[in-house]
Write a protein that binds this ligand. Structure first.
Ligand code: CDP
Length: 243
C-alpha cells in the first residue's frame, strides 16, 4: 500500500486495470466438501486467490489447560503455501500470519454458538495455495463454508469482503496491483443479514466519507457473496439448507 508507482490504476473510462468497474467483484467460485478427512471443508477461487479451508471439531481441547469450561475455543490457522506468492514464502508462521490467525479466530468465534460446546476446540485450517490480495477475506469466506459443512451451529454465515481506494477512487475487492500501489485497503468480515461487522481493518489512508463509501460498497457485495455461499451449500446438500 502507498508505494506510488507510475502505473495508472483507473483508466479514462473509469475502469480498473483488470477491466472491472469500481464496485465490481472479481470472479468467485466456491465448492464445499473437498477434503474427506476433515469434518467440514471448502475451496474458494476468488480472482487470483486459491484457498482451502478445513474444519475439525468440536473435539475435546488439548492440551487440557487451554480448555474453557464455558465454551468452545476457536483456533483458526491462516497459512500461506511457499509457492503461493511471487517471492517464495518461507514456510511456517510469521508475524503477519499469526496476527491474521488471531483476528480470523475472533471473527469466527463471534458467529459460532461456542457456549454449546464447553471444553472443546474447533480447529479451522486456512491454506492459501495462490495469493493475489484479499486472502484474509477469501479465507474467512472459505472458513464459513467449511464450518457450515461441518454442521457447526452458527448465528449466520459470515462473509469476507474488502474495499479500498486506488487513484483517488473508492473501489471494491482490490487485486494485487491495486493493493500494492493503491491508497487504502479495508478488509471486512460481515454478517449480511443483520448488517453486523465482525472484522474491520484498514491499511493506508482515506477520508471519513471515502471510508463510509467503501464500507457501504463492501456491505452490498457481502449480500451477493452470501447468496453464493448459500448456493454452494445447496450444491452439496441438494437444497436442504436453512436460509
Ligand atoms: O491477502 P490480504 O490482502 O488479506 O493481506 P495483505 O497482507 O494485504 O497482502 C496482500 C497480498 O500481498 C497477498 O494477498 C499476497 O498476494 C501478497 N503477499 C506476498 O506476496 N507475500 C507475502 N509474504 C504476503 C503477502
Amino acid at each position: 500500500m502507498g508505494m506510488k508507482a507510475d502505473i495508472r490504476l483507473i483508466d479514462d473510462n473509469g475502469l480498473r486495470i483488470d477491466g472491472r468497474l469500481p464496485n465490481q467483484l472479481r470472479p468467485i467460485r466456491m465448492e464445499v466438501g473437498v477434503v474427506k478427512r476433515a469434518d467440514g471443508s471448502a475451496y474458494v477461487e476468488w480472482g487470483g486467490n486459491k484457498i482451502m479451508a478445513a474444519v475439525y471439531g468440536p473435539r475435546e481441547a488439548y492440551p487440557k489447560h487451554v480448555q474453557d469450561p464455558n465454551r468452545a475455543i476457536v483456533r483458526a490457522r491462516y497459512n500461506m503455501a511457499s509457492f503461493s506468492v511471487d517471492e517464495r514464502k518461507r514456510p511456517g508462521p510469521d508475524r503477519r500470519s499469526i496476527e491474521l490467525s488471531k483476528v480470523i479466530s475472533e471473527a469466527l468465534t463471534s458467529v459460532i454458538f461456542v457456549e454449546k460446546f464447553p471444553r472443546t476446540a474447533i480447529d479451522v485450517y486456512i491454506e492459501v495455495l495462490q495469493a493475489d490480495a484479499g486472502t484474509r477475506v477469501a479465507g474467512i469466506t472459505a472458513a464459513s463454508l467449511a464450518l457450515a459443512d461441518a454442521g457447526i451451529p452458527m448465528r449466520d454465515l459470515i462473509v469476507g469482503c474488502a474495499a479500498g481506494k486506488v487513484d483517488g477512487v473508492v473501489v471494491l475487492d482490490l487485486n494485487k496491483e491495486e493493493d500494492n500501489y493503491g491508497e487504502a485497503d479495508v478488509p471486512m468480515a460481515i454478517l449480511p443479514r443483520t448488517g453486523e461487522i465482525a472484522l474491520l481493518q484498514m491499511d493506508g489512508d482515506m477520508t471519513y466519507e471515502e471510508l463510509t463509501n467503501a464500507m457501504e460498497m463492501a456491505m452490498e457485495a457481502a449480500r451477493e457473496i452470501y447468496r453464493m455461499e448459500i448456493e454452494a451449500l445447496k450444491g452439496r446438500y441438494g437444497g436442504d439448507v436453512n436460509e
